[in-house]
Design a protein around this ligand. Structure first.
Ligand SMILES: NC(=O)c1ccc[n+]([C@@H]2O[C@H](COP(=O)([O-])OP(=O)(O)OC[C@H]3O[C@@H](n4cnc5c(N)ncnc54)[C@H](OP(=O)(O)O)[C@@H]3O)[C@@H](O)[C@H]2O)c1
Length: 341
């Protein structure tokens, strides 16, 4: 399987490392032999239709700052849409940064891939948040596979579990904690008695929150994941403008304390139900499975028959997200193979 990788940062590098580690197992267990025929970063690209030397690729990126400096195969000032359209790759992995306010470039990359018949694995939430229905239609129209497991829950298979559970029973409602940064902040406020600003500073010191934390604390990141779950698992076409969003900046120590006294905790809850598509701080029972601490994520599915099913795990991290990409790659490979026979 020939792969073109767009974005060579934490996740991009982790996926190449993971595939190299698993190479012999991928072949012996799945008959899958991935090769990277192109890698693009913000300053250039490296291309080799016969497959790039991944050790040299990683070394060049580390020493020279861009894959565009790779001997014999590097291109500076690469025109990425042309590279995607003209590449011999069968599949594009999109792993560039998320910006919901400016999703254009990554959206164009995904469209260019589908229009030229390439399957897509996307870990960038932004294009999915603003144009999921369009992308799904484009992938179907061009008979391409479209996977995005790493966008929700990192390596924790939140989308797969929801799909699996939804196969046998009707999912009536989804409640979830999908952002580790805000969960860390709320947990600190609850357990240490800190106010929001102190907890945010600690999250920034530890590298959980970015210098500009607005995408996390204002609920935007969680809302993008609501859109992906609603479209991808519940078959409910929507975009981020359909989600009611309230972040956690207004959560006070007094609210947290009142919740604790009532045997509850305040969590930033993503909710999907027939009458609700929202992100907001909500009180949950202290002994409910969804009351997970620290930077954990949790998905809780309310079923028409069968009660509640929950999954808890880490929501981010380069190696974890690379695992999700690899799962998607194996799925796509088997799907392509089954259509061929
Ligand atoms: N890290 C996680 O734990 C995690 C978990 C789940 C999902 N994700 C998602 O995965 C994506 C990548 O995350 P990351 O942590 O790997 O980010 P990152 O470390 O900042 O790397 C981003 C990569 O994208 C490249 N890039 C930026 N603009 C580009 C452009 N216009 N064309 C081509 N390449 C471009 C950067 O190039 P340079 O190297 O030249 O700067 C860099 O290689 C994001 O959408 C993120 O939300 C990340």
């Amino acid at each position: 399987m020939k792969i073109l990788l767009s974005g060579f940062g934490v996740v991009g590098k982790a996926v190449i490392q993971l595939i190299e580690e698993q190479r012999s197992k991928l072949y012996s267990e799945h008959g899958l032999s991935p090769s990277f025929v192109g890698v693009i970063d913000s300053k250039g690209a490296a291309i080799d239709p016969r497959g790039l030397d991944t050790s040299l690729l990683l070394e060049t990126k580390e020493k020279q700052g861009s894959v565009g400096a790779m001997p014999a195969h590097g291109i500076r000032d690469a025109k990425e849409l042309d590279i995607i359209a003209e590449s011999e790759a069968q599949l594009l992995v999109e792993a560039t940064p998320t910006t919901v306010r400016t999703p254009g470039p990554s959206l164009e990359r995904l469209k260019a891939a589908f229009r030229t018949g390439k399957h897509v694995i996307c870990v960038n939430k932004a294009p999915l948040a603003v144009a999921f229905p369009v992308l799904q239609e484009l992938s179907r129209h061009n008979r391409c596979e479209f996977r995005y497991s790493g966008t929700v829950g990192g390596g924790t298979p939140i989308l797969s579990l929801a799909e699996e559970v939804g196969r046998g029973s009707e999912i009536v409602a989804v409640r979830a904690i999908l952002n580790g940064t805000t969960n860390f902040i709320l947990t600190k406020m609850d357990r240490e008695g800190w106010d929001f600003d102190t907890a945010l500073k600690e999250a920034q010191r530890l590298g959980y929150a970015e210098a500009d934390p607005s995408a996390d604390v204002d609920g935007i990141d969680t809302a993008t994941k609501v859109v992906i779950l609603a479209n991808g698992v519940l078959g409910r076409p929507c975009t981020i403008s359909d989600v009611k969003i309230e972040g956690i900046r207004g959560v006070t120590k007094a609210r947290i304390e009142a919740a604790r006294k009532a045997g509850q905790a305040v969590k930033l809850i993503a909710r999907i139900a027939s009458d609700d598509l929202s992100v907001a701080p909500r009180e949950v029972a202290a002994d409910a499975p969804i009351n997970v601490g620290g930077s954990l994520n949790c998905l809780s599915l309310e079923l028409k028959t069968g009660g509640e099913v929950s999954l808890i795990g880490r929501g981010a991290g380069g190696p974890e997200t690379a695992t999700a990409i690899l799962r998607d790659l194996i799925d796509i490979w088997h799907s392509v193979e089954s259509h061929r026979t």
